[in-house]
Design a protein. Structure first.
Ligand SMILES: Nc1ncnc2c1ncn2[C@@H]1O[C@H](COP(=O)(O)OP(=O)(O)O)[C@@H](O)[C@H]1O
Ligand SMILES: [Mg+2]
Lengths: 306, 356
């Protein structure tokens, strides 16, 4: 009786656990492992050739023309990471602070700030492409309207501004997320601690930098880590706004796009090149996994218990 | 130096008025206790004095200077919060140094003040600990240290003992009294516990429902409570209250008994409330003569004394202080006699004290 109950319970648990695990294995673990494996073979189209050890990795990292493009894309990823750190997380913190202090219209802005987050990246990409349109885009129109017509320029069409323009669109899209996390962190600070600070200073800057920021920093761990992962996996927005070649002239090329072009081929680049593509994917994966683990562990250590 | 004056202070939260006009004058170096039941507005008043909430109406003067619009950090006031409110990411030393540095003091001065506070509060072994590594009593001392380092002219404490266990309370209470004398400033201390108030205060502010019921020394409050609220709130066990009717020099409690007195309130009220504390009554098994009839409910033995609880008519049980060897079985009928000079009289309409 008891044993049959136990088996029933086990079956029940298995029925709940097996499907998601199977799903994960099929769509996550298997592709990652197979990419690992593919990276060590030579490929002719989709036909697997010889086992070539680290040849593909060597090509991607050190041989022309792969290495040059890899490094170009990697530099852009680094730029995107820092730019988003300032624009998205920095702005998110300031916005959260304003919302938390209940400045004018806080109720409206709390929703307004988070709304873009729920939009699909495709829509955001197309929207901002329109905003940036050199002739009838909202950005240039606004500049002309306020008499700064000389600053109007083809934002997405020139090397100097294209990547930054996409970063701005990304920050607009996602700023609600760090804002929400920081806001939650701020609301968790006991009100008597804030009163205690007010007894000692009236400087908003001291309050924010010496008390609020250190107490909210724990919630920053997750925001930083996710931003890191996001910045080095960056794909959709540059794909939609700059195209698969990272135009103009590779100015918006990032590792994600370069991997895609290498592995699956594109109109302008060569045909698909599965070996180096897989090697690139493995490198990106390892880089993100190692660095984000280190970030998480180091930041976790510095967290403060309230 | 800190004299403070509150003139007609009112506080509204949205539509709700919580303080209905508080007038109060506090002298330099006094230890004032705000006492009253939970929700009567003690913390609210303290926060208005600190400047943490804006004053809706009225004026707050500190040394004759209007403070209403002055920022909390510029009032020369320090506050110890109920939850201590230490900065969790700073160690004990930093917690104390933070405010002192913000005052623009020199490094040496900050150091000297921290050393002084450390010595007064015996914090040496704790200086490098974070708040979460401290016990409740230790956190309390750090919170006080943080306040003292700023050398405030006025120190505010909001229910500082409420998060401590009973054994620690009387110890910390003495400590606060000692510190108050040692630093020589003015202190305002908030509590809902009348025993705490009585033992600590130079003068007590009894509050109820957003008003001051009485302001005076512990002795004044105990011996001449201004109204029935103060009479009931101060003193433990409570004062007994009996509705009586006056006929000539006799006071009659219908159905319970009567007494004759030589000195009665000068007011002309026919119906009065007569109050008497546990030590103003005696109990006797002899049912003859003047007095009030009662029935014993139970006896509480306290070692050096005993309290006998009796029921007189319909009201709540009344306690009477007796010698420790007193023993009455429950339901014994007894006679209660009162000492005429220990009686308090209140108007049954206004609840105010009536002078004899
Ligand atoms: N921020 C606030 N908003 C609205 N009502 C409040 C606020 N703070 C206190 N009150 C109300 O004011 C009254 C007095 O509160 P408080 O001063 O905390 O009482 P006490 O400290 O004497 O227990 C209570 O009825 C409480 O609900
Ligand atoms: Mg309170």
């Amino acid at each position: 009786m008891i044993s049959s109950q136990l088996t029933g319970r086990r079956l029940w648990i298995a029925a709940l656990v097996v499907p998601p695990i199977a799903f994960m294995c099929l769509f996550l673990v298997y592709p990652i492992l197979s990419a690992f494996a593919y990276a060590f073979y030579e490929w002719h189209g989709l036909a697997r050739g010889d086992f070539v050890w680290f040849d593909n990795f060597h090509r991607v990292l050190f041989e022309f023309p792969f290495s040059e493009r890899t490094i170009n894309a990697f530099k852009h990823n680094i730029f995107v990471f820092f730019a988003l750190m300032v624009l998205q997380n920095g702005l998110g913190f300031i916005l959260a602070y304003c919302l938390w202090r209940e400045l004018w219209g806080a109720r409206f802005h709390r929703i307004a700030v988070f709304l873009p987050v729920v939009l699909s990246t495709v829509i955001v990409g197309l929207l901002w492409k329109l905003f940036y349109h050199p002739l009838f885009g909202a950005v240039n129109a606004t500049l002309r309207a306020v008499g700064l017509g000389s600053l109007a320029q083809p934002w997405l069409g020139q090397d100097s501004t294209a990547l930054t323009a996409i970063v701005v669109a990304n920050a607009w899209h996602m700023v609600g997320f760090p804002t929400l996390v920081f806001l939650a962190g701020m609301q968790r600070i006991p009100s008597e601690i804030l009163d205690a600070v007010r007894m000692e200073t009236e400087s908003e800057w001291v309050k924010m930098s010496k008390i609020v920021w250190p107490l909210v920093a724990p919630s920053a761990t997750v925001v930083f880590t996710l931003l890191f992962v996001g910045a080095f996996n960056w794909f959709e927005l540059p794909f939609i706004m700059g195209g698969v070649d990272g135009s103009p002239h590779g100015a918006t090329d990032v590792l994600g796009l370069y991997f895609y072009r290498t592995a699956f081929g594109s109109m302008s680049a060569s045909a698909e090149n599965f070996g180096p593509g897989s090697a690139l994917a493995v490198l990106i994966f390892l880089f993100i996994a190692v660095v984000s683990s280190v970030i998480t562990i180091r930041l976790r250590k510095r967290e403060i218990q309230l | 130096m800190a004299r403070l004056s509150l003139r007609g202070i009112k506080k509204r939260f949205k539509a709700v008025e919580v303080l209905h006009g508080i007038d109060l004058d506090v002298n330099d170096r006094e230890l004032i206790v705000f006492v009253g039941p939970s929700g009567c507005g003690k913390s609210t008043l303290l926060r208005l004095i600190a400047g943490l909430d804006p004053i809706t109406d009225g004026e707050f003067l500190l040394n004759d200077k209007r403070m209403n619009e002055v920022a909390p950090s510029r009032r020369g006031i320090a506050m110890v919060f109920q939850s201590y409110a230490l900065y969790p990411h700073m160690d004990v030393y930093e917690n104390m140094a933070f405010g002192a540095r913000l005052m623009g003091l020199s490094k040496a001065e900050v150091e000297a003040r921290i050393q002084e506070a450390t010595r007064m509060l015996r914090l040496e072994p704790l200086l490098e600990r974070k708040p979460r590594e401290l016990s409740g009593g230790q956190r309390q001392r750090v919170a006080i240290g943080r306040a003292l380092v700023r050398k405030p002219q006025l120190l505010l404490l909001d229910e500082p003992l409420s998060n401590l266990d009973a054994a620690l309370r009387s110890e910390v209470r003495l400590e606060i009294a000692r510190l108050h004398r040692e630093i020589g400033g003015t202190t305002i201390y908030v509590t809902h516990d009348q025993v705490e108030a009585m033992t600590l205060a130079d003068r007590i502010v009894v509050m109820n429902g957003g008003r001051i019921e009485q302001f005076g020394s512990p002795r004044e409050l105990y011996e001449t409570p201004a109204n029935t609220f103060v009479a009931n709130f101060i003193g433990s066990p409570r004062m007994a209250m009996l509705g009586v009717e006056r006929e000539g020099d006799r006071l009659i409690a219908p159905g319970i008994g009567a007494i004759s007195l030589t000195r009665l309130p000068s007011a002309a009220d026919r119906e009065l409330l007569m109050g008497v504390r546990p030590d103003g009554m005696s109990i006797s098994p002899d049912l003859q003569g003047e007095g009030f009839a009662a029935q014993v409910v139970y006896t509480e033995y306290l070692g050096d004394s005993a309290y006998v609880y009796v029921k007189m008519g319909e009201g709540a049980p009344v306690s009477i202080r007796c010698t420790p060897d007193t023993q009455y079985a429950p339901d014994t009928p007894v006679k209660i006699r009162v000492m005429p000079d220990k009686l308090h009289f209140f108007s049954s309409n206004t609840s105010q004290r009536l002078a004899v």
